[in-house]
Design a protein around this ligand. Structure first.
Ligand SMILES: Cc1ncc(COP(=O)(O)O)c(C=O)c1O
Length: 417
């Protein structure tokens, strides 16, 4: 149990009743109880989300924005209510600033092709950071190749923090966008987004923030941060996969042309000419992932009911415990030791390939991620081909941290270290 003080009140986070809401956690893997420590890849889903999705299929399944019949009206109402839930979670000014997409990747591509491409000219620059996920590198690179623009990169320090002193020098007259992650999936670093946005805006540069790893852990206020775009994926925040959202400032979305054409994104179509619907529908061509949106809203509301602050405090304790404990295992090197970190620990072990670490841990029922985490430039920066990564969610326990540590001793025994 984790005790957290918020103002005058002490609120305990009792993990067992939370775990009870996650059916998938209660199984054995390779004869051992599952310890699921791969939450940065995807989180498991609580009963509230499973019920919301199956409830849609059982009661309300119909296409949205089309029918006059009762089920279609109910589906439309639930879908638009889900947009309102995302709006509240991000504190956007209006629901129309929320576009439903497949996930963070699709949201970034949307901004690349619809917002930036029309404004980009040969010789212009797009600024990213050295700690970006490929999803926040490759779309910009594709754009640069087409237009003859250049990608520039904010470097990271040895502890895995952004070199902010380099930022001002990199923000130049030709910088057309800064795209950076809120929380690094491979290091856990939480970036000082407010300060970075202020510096970029002082140079007239709009900012896209990739919140894929932030939303399950960090409170978010797009108005306070004044970000131009914010993107995230449902599946990393206890919701379904195949759904996510793009927040875009109203004035940006209004000015952006559609990037995919089809049904529901139009006002009228003739063979000569199409006029487009206002945002957000302009960017949601075709039948959307209705059950995904409804499941996502259920996930956001569920997390709110648990309490984001309590969850974050519990995860912080798991992170501190795991960091201390992993440091005691001979040969372990933690990559990413920023002062502000989410509960993500990337590490290597002398004489053990990350793939072997992952396989041996799996035999013990412990699920961690191994590989380059879709952050190959970052791996290169730290001189490693890959790492093992343990990433924690609010349903993880201190006993699971102990099992991870014991599992790493088992890796050493198996590999004769
Ligand atoms: C920081 C970050 N950005 C973007 C993504 C891409 O998310 P998705 O694959 O859900 O679109 C991920 C997924 O791992 C991520 O960790």
């Amino acid at each position: 149990m984790t005790a957290v003080t918020t103002g005058a009140m002490t609120l305990p986070l009792d993990v067992e009743p939370i775990r009870a809401q996650f059916p998938v956690l209660h199984q054995e893997v390779n004869g051992q109880p599952l310890a699921y420590l791969d939450n940065a890849a995807t989180t498991q889903k609580p009963r509230a989300v499973i019920d919301a999705v199956s409830g849609f299929y059982e009661r309300d399944c119909a296409n949205v924005h089309r029918g006059v019949h009762a089920l279609s009206a109910r589906a439309t109402e639930a879908y638009e209510a889900a947009r309102g839930s995302v709006q509240r979670r991000l504190n956007a000014r209006r629901p129309g600033e929320i576009v439903f997409v497949r996930g963070a990747t699709e949201a970034i591509n949307l901004v690349a092709w619809s917002f930036l491409r029309p404004r980009l000219q040969a010789g212009d620059e797009i600024l990213v950071t050295e700690m970006e996920h490929h999803a926040n590198i490759v779309p910009w690179q594709l754009l640069c190749q087409q237009i003859g623009a250049q990608l520039r990169v904010v470097p990271v320090t040895d502890s895995g923090e952004l070199r902010l002193e380099a930022l001002d020098g990199l923000l130049g007259d030709r910088t057309r966008l800064l795209a950076l992650t809120h929380v690094s999936n491979a290091l856990g670093t939480i970036n000082p987004v407010a300060e970075i946005v202020a510096r970029a805006h002082a140079r007239g540069v709009p900012v896209l923030v990739d919140g894929a790893q932030a939303l399950p852990h960090v409170a978010m206020d797009v108005q306070a941060l004044d970000v131009d775009f914010y993107v995230f994926s449902g599946h990393k925040t206890y919701g379904p996969s195949g759904i996510g959202a793009l927040y875009g400032k109203h004035e940006h979305l209004q000015a952006m042309p559609p990037w995919q054409g089809g049904g529901e994104m139009i006002l009228s179509v003739t063979f000569d000419r199409t006029t487009f619907a206002a945002p957000p529908l302009r960017f949601e061509a075709g039948t959307p992932d209705m059950e995904g949106a409804i499941g996502l809203a259920a996930a956001l509301e569920w997390l709110e009911s648990v309490g984001l602050e309590r969850a974050a405090a519990h995860e912080r304790e798991l992170l501190d415990h795991a960091t201390r404990a992993l440091r005691s295992v001979p040969g372990v090197r933690i990559i990413g030791t920023a002062a502000e970190k989410a509960a993500i620990i990337s590490f290597t072990m002398e004489g053990a390939h990350p793939h072997d670490i992952g396989t041996i841990l799996d035999h013990e029922g412990i699920a961690v991620r191994t590989g380059h985490h879709c952050a190959q430039p970052l791996m290169r920066r730290f001189g490693v081909p890959a790492t093992a990564r343990a990433s924690f969610a609010l349903y993880n326990t201190h006993a699971e941290v102990e099992r991870l540590v014991e599992g790493l001793h088992q890796v050493r025994r198996v590999l004769g270290r």
